[in-house]
Write a protein that binds this ligand. Structure first.
Ligand SMILES: NC(=O)c1ccc[n+]([C@@H]2O[C@H](COP(=O)([O-])OP(=O)(O)OC[C@H]3O[C@@H](n4cnc5c(N)ncnc54)[C@H](OP(=O)(O)O)[C@@H]3O)[C@@H](O)[C@H]2O)c1
Length: 240
């Protein structure tokens, strides 16, 4: 069996930047069409302008179930799906107030859950879903218990959905720290500390790139004998 990306529809919610945009570049080069989603129209328009005629985009907020339903309403078929969209607070069990502590679950876990649910009627028989977790699921970098737990839950969701939705394949990707758009938008002090930590602790001694994560996502989209697995693309961070 094979899964060719040519003429397929790849939905990338959060694809206006970062890892999602890097996946868009790769799958368009392989002949797919992409539908990007995100909250900022300006960001989406910039991505579509860069990607060319193979790309379209529409605004969506994964926090809003009606918005997610609307997003899929006029998409006929979904062949591959990735949701990097998430907005949350990372902090310690001791310090976070209840809303902030819930935010990784509310945004990253339930956001992806509702996207898969809304896409369900549109999946082709051999569709592939890649959920996004993070290597913190198995190796917390510091005090961040709610974020760690939400990532572990996402990996569990991939296993559960792999069983329920087969032959649709469902996997999870767990990036380590990536030198890209997400960290560029965080305070210098936090970024410097995170990059110093990954340089010290990862076997490969550096942060990853968005394109390295994207290459692994494309592998999970197209490998027809992988489902339920979590792929750690973390430079060996989880090994130490
Ligand atoms: N980068 C890393 O080091 C790293 C490491 C481990 C895990 N991850 C995971 O990777 C994901 C982030 O991907 P990224 O690194 O590519 O970051 P990114 O560039 O910030 O991408 C996130 C995208 O999602 C969109 N978005 C955010 N909240 C949204 C919402 N509620 N509804 C719709 N769109 C939303 C953002 O656009 P708008 O603001 O315009 O909506 C943005 O384009 C997160 O799940 C993160 O936990 C990243």
């Amino acid at each position: 069996m094979t899964f060719e990306l040519r003429d397929r529809t790849v939905v990338l919610i959060g694809g206006g930047s970062g890892i999602g945009l890097a996946v868009a570049r790769r799958v368009i080069a392989d002949g797919a069409r992409v539908v990007l989603g995100g909250r900022s129209r300006e960001r989406l328009d910039g991505a579509v302008a860069e990607l060319g005629p193979g790309a379209t985009a529409r605004a969506v907020d994964t926090a809003d179930p009606a918005s997610v339903e609307d997003f899929f309403a006029d998409i006929d078929t979904v062949d591959a799906l990735l949701t990097t969209a998430a907005t949350y607070t990372v902090g310690s069990f001791k310090d976070l107030d209840p809303d902030a502590a819930r935010s990784p679950f509310e945004s990253k876990f339930w956001g992806q859950y509702r996207v898969v649910k809304a896409a369900l009627p549109k999946f082709s028989a051999d569709a592939a879903v890649v959920l996004v977790s993070g290597a913190a699921s198995v190796r917390p970098a510091g005090p961040a218990a709610p974020y760690v737990a939400a990532n572990a839950a996402i990996e569990g969701l991939a296993r559960g959905l792999a069983v329920e939705l087969a032959p649709v394949r469902v996997t999870a990707i767990a990036p380590g720290t990536v030198d890209g758009n997400l960290w560029a938008g965080r305070p210098d002090e936090a970024r410097d500390a995170a990059f110093a930590h990954i340089r010290r602790e990862a076997v490969l001694g550096r942060p990853g790139t968005e394109d390295e994560i994207a290459a692994a996502v494309v592998h999970l989209f197209t490998n027809t004998y992988t489902t339920g697995s979590t792929l750690y693309v973390d430079g060996g961070y989880a090994l130490r």
